[in-house]
Write a protein that binds this ligand. Sequence first.
Ligand SMILES: O=C(CO)[C@H](O)[C@H](O)COP(=O)(O)O
Length: 353
Amino acid sequence: KKFKEEEKPAWAKKDIRDYSEADLERLLDQWEEDEEPLEADELPEHLRPQPKLDLSNLDSKNPEDLLKISKKGRTLMTFVSVTGNPTREEGDAITKLWQTSLWNNHIQAERYMTAPVNRVVLRLLCSCATKKMSVQAKIGPSILNADLSNLAEESQKLLDNGADYLHLDVMDGTFVPNLTFGHPMVKSLRNKIKTAFFETHMMVQNPEQWISPMADAGVNLYTFHIEPVEDVCKVSRLVQESGMKVGLAIKPGTEVKALEKYMSIADVVLVMTVEPGFGGQSFMADMMSKVEWLRESYPNLDIEVDGGVGPKTIECCAKAGANMIVSGTAVVGASDQRQVMKDMRDVVKSYLK
Ligand SMILES: O=C(CO)[C@H](O)[C@H](O)COP(=O)(O)O
């Protein structure tokens, strides 16, 4: 706090190295006091101002009515029962199908089985709630060019310096001419880093093969290339069913419109701005027309760019509408990682407003 010199309390005049626990508490209190309030859409969901709901005319037996209510941007909790006296396994399978079809319609639902066995509580968290939230600027460093023998330390350092998520490049030596690591490495990393958001960028020929091991390894977002996949919808559904978010990636030579038919299932779209396979390549500015088209067509979509992105190229990405920024060399090799990530996030924010 900016006290005038003569008004400073005794503790504030001390050298910070002489602070007692109580002085540190006071300092913390003041920081919190001086903090700028967050924008409404940046607050956690439970603190966001909520629209008023009118439940007076609600027909609770009509699922459509329930869904309409959840579309008002509120989390809804409801009890459902499965008729026909199924076993617990059958009840689980039936409600899972229901959950998947809700997910396919961008309605995020969580199920909690309760006693008796054929009843479940279905918590509906509507997609519209998510869609109404404006997209957020996020920086996800790629650890491809980091010291992989020190992966946990390197990753923790990036997170401590403000990374919003970690982008983990998985290459199989077939889809791309390079080889990195697979699910055992991701699992070991997850054992050391419990809470960070992990994206795996699957540069692999058969992404279906690695869904289950990656889910088990604690991956949050499973981004795979559509080019080698015959049935993108099926693979996406399997990703969702395993509890991960779906990211769809395209190489520089792939038309952005190839993604159009999968947009209802994608949580994130990744536009590659280099030929996948290696870090440290030059940014391809001509990919920005893809990002522009995506942002114009899907204002609430998470659009990620990856390859050659750093302080020199961030403006181009932000202007086109990208909000999730993967950056490898420029961040990992920076002497001040925190500053580089903050500067890039600020540029993206300035275009999102
Ligand atoms: O997917 C990748 C390469 O296939 C990397 O994530 C990407 O290249 C990031 O590294 P850099 O920012 O150094 O280009």
